[in-house]
Write a protein that binds this ligand. Structure first.
Ligand SMILES: Cc1cc2nc3c(=O)[nH]c(=O)nc-3n(C[C@H](O)[C@H](O)[C@H](O)COP(=O)(O)OP(=O)(O)OC[C@H]3O[C@@H](n4cnc5c(N)ncnc54)[C@H](O)[C@@H]3O)c2cc1C
Length: 398
């Protein structure tokens, strides 16, 4: 594993760094402190930002050139994500389309599907959500009950999805639907692309403890989905659904590592000024131990990310080691946010709505939001099951 960047990679990094410096809109800081994912204004701002980045050729850069990307290497893609995080740039709003569906369509979609959907993912013209989880099917995804019955050249879809992030803004949903109830549960599923503006689709936002409504319930009642919107084979959706999850777990780490590093550095700064037991927080021996431990873990996370990347650049696909990273960062982030609360004391509870909040209340938000990290994209228990079975060769959990 060579950790040094080549001349070309350095040029790429400098070019993108300069572009970000010149182009991040000034209003971003105001939107950042608002924090509410659900605010329409913020959404419009982020969509305009993705359109601007797309116009300059900076979206989906790892996609092949023929589909609107730049065909850059995995290392350059990582540099890209790290530079975005380092600059504190606005996020790309169509994240589920870009990181999950796009790569899935490139690998498994028909030419017609690629032509129809990929350009609008890049430009954020069409926003995507992920319709996997249901009230009785989360970890055991294959137990899902939303049904699709074939009627001529359409499937008629009925059922309910839940925890659907961005469902309230989404134009399209990549969903897994039961199309054959009479075969073993993994074998009767189909992966299909559902137009969220179709008659029969309704969306109900769910309120989270952060105050945001980032995710939703989505109800399908007699929704007609053309057969040409099936990705892969009818009843062959399980393989495609898993491929999408692998893309999700394999690619998240690069930007998180920089975000965490920025947070721990800021926390160390804060610990120098916040008063605790007659001194400053950083004089407290237990706090010092915790800060040092988190710093070490972020380094471990960074090095493991390099290992994942090296493996992915050789094999082309993320492997089960994505699960190791997922557990590691999600649990480490919860410990870091807990330590932040201990350092900030009562200030840690102030949200962006308070004039006295430190850093616009981002710590209270990060603490509450981190609880979902060990649930989303597969819970920690499920990741351990994956490692147990696929890495250690232990018996399956079901
Ligand atoms: C912030 C956030 C965003 C999300 N966004 C989306 C989205 O956009 N689209 C989408 O489809 N879903 C989304 N989800 C849903 C997420 O994928 C599910 O919540 C997750 O898979 C867990 O499913 P569940 O909530 O049904 O819990 P359950 O599966 O009911 O699990 C309950 C508990 O039992 C444990 N458990 C279950 N099975 C086993 C087992 N075999 N072995 C050991 N322990 C087990 C779990 O670890 C958990 O602790 C999101 C979730 C969150 C928190």
């Amino acid at each position: 594993m060579d950790l040094n960047l080549t001349e070309q990679e350095l040029r790429f990094r400098d070019e993108f760094r300069a572009w970000l410096e010149a182009n991040i809109p000034e209003e971003w800081s105001a939107y950042q402190s608002q924090q509410h994912e659900s605010s329409r204004e913020r959404f419009d701002f982020l969509r305009a930002w993705q359109q601007k980045m797309c116009g300059a050729g900076w979206v989906g850069i790892h996609w092949p050139k023929e589909y609107g990307g730049r065909g850059v290497s995995l290392i350059e893609q990582t540099i890209f994500t790290q530079e975005m995080a380092r600059a504190g740039a606005p996020t790309l709003i169509n994240v589920l389309g870009l990181s999950l569906l796009g790569p899935t369509l490139i690998a498994y979609g028909t030419e017609a599907q690629k032509k129809r959907f990929l350009p609008n993912i890049l430009s954020a013209e069409e926003i995507w959500c992920q319709g996997y989880s249901e009230p009785n099917a989360g970890s055991d995804l294959a137990a899902l009950r939303t049904e699709g019955l074939l009627d001529g050249d359409h499937f008629v879809v009925n059922g309910q999805k839940t925890w659907t992030s961005f469902g309230h803004y989404a134009d399209w949903c990549f969903a897994v639907v039961r199309t054959d109830p009479d075969v073993p549960k993994h074998k009767g599923l189909t992966y299909m692309l559902i137009d969220m503006h179709s008659p029969g689709v309704s969306v109900r936002p769910l309120k989270q403890m952060t105050g945001e409504s980032e995710f939703n319930e989505v109800i399908f009642e007699e929704v007609r989905v053309p057969v040409e919107n099936v990705v892969g084979k009818v009843n062959g959706g399980w393989e495609i659904a898993i491929a999408t999850l692998m893309f999700e777990r394999g690619t998240l780490g690069a930007s998180l590592q920089i975000t965490f590093k920025r947070q721990i550095e800021r926390l160390i700064e804060l610990s120098k000024s916040i008063r605790r037991n007659g001194g400053t927080a950083n004089e407290d021996p237990i706090t010092r131990q915790k800060l040092a431990q988190i710093y070490i873990e972020i380094e471990i996370f960074r090095l493991n990310q390099m290992r994942t990347l090296t493996r992915m650049s050789k094999s082309g696909v993320p492997g089960p080691e994505g699960s190791i990273q997922k557990i590691f960062w999600s649990e480490m982030n919860q410990r870091m946010q807990q330590t932040a609360m201990e350092i900030l004391g009562p200030y840690g509870q102030l949200t962006h709505e308070s004039d006295y909040a430190i850093d616009h209340g981002q710590w209270a938000h990060a603490y509450l939001r981190s609880r979902g990290n060990t649930i989303e994209a597969g819970t920690s228990e499920i990741q351990r099951n994956i490692i147990g079975h696929f890495v250690l060769g232990l018996p399956k959990s079901y």
